[in-house]
Ligand binder design. Sequence first.
Ligand code: SF4
Ligand code: SF3
Length: 549
Amino acid sequence: MGMFCNQCEQAAKGVGCEIMGVCGKNPEVAALQDLMLYGLKGLAIYADKARELGVKDEAIDLFMLEGLFTTVTNVDFDPVSIAGKLRTCFDLKEKAKSLYETAYREKSGGHAPAVAAPPASWVIAGDLEGLIKQGQEQGVKSQHSDPDILSAIEIVVFGLKGMAAYADHAHILGKKDDEVFALFHKALAATTDPAKGLMDFVGIAMEIGKINIKVMGMLNEGHVEHYGHPVPTRVQIGTRKNKGILVSGHDLRMLEELLKQTAGKGIDVYTHGEMLPAHGYPGLKKYPHLYGNFGGAWQDQAKEFPHFPGAIIFNTNCIQRPADSYKDRLFSWGQVGWPGIKHIAGWDFSEVINKALECPDLPDAPEKEILTGFGHNAVLGVADKVIAGVKAGAIKHFFLIGGCDGAKPGRNYYTELAEQVPNDCVILTLACGKYRFNKLEFGDIGGIPRLLDVGQCNDAYSALQIALALANAFNCGVNDLPLSIILSWYEQKAHVILLSLLHLGIKNIKIGPALPAYLSPNVLNFLVENFNIGQITTVEADLKAALGQ
Ligand code: SF4
Ligand code: SF3
């Protein structure tokens, strides 16, 4: 049984995973995820048509986010969970169809014309095996065969997946927006339209970049409304002797609930990976048992989790195949799943808490402290100092070194780059790629730390606000700032952030370690010609180019 998936940076041989996903996704799960995308296209077609007639439905809108998020890299590997979501997808597709047909009849008095695109007539096969078979047959078929159009469609679909993850987080914080829902349906439905050409999909991709800025703004608002603006905070790394729960993923609300439920229970709560910036939020750091940060980025989990003898819970990506040594104390929540791992549905974490209490104490092994919490509010709070530093020549250049981490050896580039950035330059960082260098000493320039951790990948909005405010202060465009953007990407959230940067017209971005496998040569040329996008080369050459030497 084969598969094809090329959505992340790990795509086998730079083309796509065909036998087994490098991420651990097997062909059965790949088929189910393909069928999910197929089903969502059917749902999108009818939801879009119903919306054109003025009818919408919140369950349909929200499932679009959930369904797409499920198919993001390193999220849901559990066939039984995906099969359950597929049944919901089918039911909601039928609901959207009937909403459209009823609205049509009411408006025009006649029967709604049948829709030609196959996902619209999707009939679901019963059991798990049937679903897998159906996924294999229908999953990856497209209405198009032109390689450039296929490439542009993948850019659209992966952009929607990334945006769905952010929109789902925003919704958990009570934020939603109708324009956002409308674009999900319209854009995904468009991918089934044989009449659409290359430039249509390029336009849709740019529209996704634009709306994603809105989504990330909503997410930022949600975080700030719930937990206040992040403030610069020293975070203890390592562990101390006590019971412990490690929280991995991106979801702050889930962490807050866990902090409430563990208060006074003699349990310390630790952040892992992208949860690190949680320590900077006043509404979360007020919990004294939010003790510290453990481990590095996601790809080191199987090596590091055996050394964390407490309970561990993932609330979003990136989960990997768990080793037997910690499988029985691992939990998933939200869209994340792994077969055989206990999934917590809802907001009651007593099972996780009981497991932590049963587990032995963590070792008494505190390490150093690191700094986080430089969201746009904190950085712009010292904007005068920063601007004066630039004007006086004390700060020569800014580097935004952000994005995902991953397992490939080529990612050492980012460590070396951060190390070799000259002492009169400031590094802004965000997302899990920073684990490559956030424990190193960078010093400061006139009291401004040279390494500023803006937050999670979810906080890309904050980095944008900083760039826009600097451009405003210097009365120029972002492209004219002494700023170089050097990104590491891995999955679809990084991809959609890139679309947002392109929508803003930001040029000269360097990405790596590898270029996306889904860029056809002509689409890549288009990006180079219009945005001067480039792959990272060597640290020396890229630094020289950035500093205009
Ligand atoms: Fe391969 Fe990435 Fe797809 Fe996993 S998500 S199967 S690693 S391309
Ligand atoms: Fe990391 Fe998965 Fe992208 Fe949020 S946790 S940045 S890879």
